[in-house]
Design a protein around this ligand. Structure first.
Ligand code: DGT
Ligand code: MG
Ligand code: MG
Ligand code: MG
Ligand code: MG
Length: 284
């Protein structure tokens, strides 16, 4: 077809291809959820239905995108990991982040009535921002996830004691903040236990550790060396890029059929990864 005289404007579009052979994280975060949590009277510091809804939306994203190998979420955020070898959307950054973000948002709104049947949504509706972050090595990716899980723990310990001091200790929010401003983590644990009989370690795992979403296959037994490459940095992208098209399709099909697990487990230590070598190896 002949180009119109307007066609030249296409040249103004900029490419945003992400570097090859690097892990891609798309992190989404709820916009103004401080306000939203007040509007819908989310329980403080953790609202189980709100978190279950986040997890359900994340599972829907994983089902729609077999290229996402893992999700990790807490509070109003979720990180979705693409294998470093992915060629989804030719690795275009804005296409990846906007598609994941809008898919997540659509499912979040669609599933809302299931989790909050008594609280119909009204504008302003929930929305999320999203960004792509690249990590060059598996170690960096693991450290990224460790950073998010450590953040979840720190925030949850703080929020748990803050709300306990306000709701049960009859402190004003300002007094509670002042009381916590200089305390260490162990002092916070002690305050909870001595003052209110709460053992922080008995708080629900979902609140303390966040949620990990991944495709579940049979676990490798504890302490037995697993087959498969545990250090995906040895496995150069070129090898995977050369996977035949049919092999790649087959892999994708296996991934689409897998059960998606939602667990509240430690992903900072090695155990989680050693027992599920397929996640980082990308070989479903
Ligand atoms: P942003 O992300 O800059 O648009 O602003 P926010 O307000 O979303 O702030 P952010 O993302 O830093 O913090 C998340 C907020 O969401 C925080 O104020 C606590 C609230 N939130 C998340 N989950 C829960 C929950 O389960 N219960 C309650 N009460 N609040 C929650
Ligand atoms: Mg924020
Ligand atoms: Mg937010
Ligand atoms: Mg947030
Ligand atoms: Mg189109």
């Amino acid at each position: 077809m002949a180009n119109s005289k307007y066609e030249y404007v296409r040249e103004f579009e900029q490419t945003d291809l992400l570097l090859p052979n690097t892990w891609i994280v798309v992190r989404i975060d709820g916009r103004g959820f401080h306000k939203l949590s007040t509007k819908y009277a989310f329980e403080k510091p953790n609202d189980r239905s709100a978190l279950d809804l986040m997890n359900a939306a994340a599972v829907s994203v994983m089902k729609e995108f077999p290229d996402v190998i893992l999700g990790y979420g807490d509070s109003d955020e979720y990180s979705f990991i693409f294998h470093k070898s992915t060629s989804l959307f030719q690795r275009r950054a804005s296409k990846l982040s906007t598609t994941i973000t809008s898919t997540f948002t659509a499912h979040y709104v669609y599933l809302w009535p299931t989790y909050f049947p008594m609280k119909p949504l009204s504008p302003p509706l929930p929305s999320f921002d999203g960004r792509c972050v690249l990590y060059p090595t598996t170690k960096d990716l693991r450290n990224y996830l460790a950073w998010r899980q450590a953040d979840c723990h720190i925030n949850n310990l703080y929020n748990t004691i803050f709300h306990t001091l306000v709701l049960r200790g009859n402190l004003s929010p300002q007094e509670a903040e002042a009381a916590l401003s200089t305390t260490t983590a162990s002092a916070k644990n002690e305050m909870l236990f001595q003052g209110f009989g709460i053992n922080y370690n008995n708080e629900p795992e979902m609140y303390r550790k966040g949620s990990v979403v991944y495709r579940a296959y049979e676990l490798a037994p504890v302490g037995v060396p697993v087959s498969g490459n545990l250090n995906p940095d040895d496995d150069d992208g070129a090898e995977r890029a050369s996977l035949s098209k049919t092999a790649a399709e087959k892999e994708k099909k296996i991934r689409s059929k897998a059960r998606i697990a939602v667990e509240h487990v430690d992903i900072i230590k090695d155990d989680f990864w050693e027992r599920r070598p397929w996640i980082l190896s990308g070989k479903s």
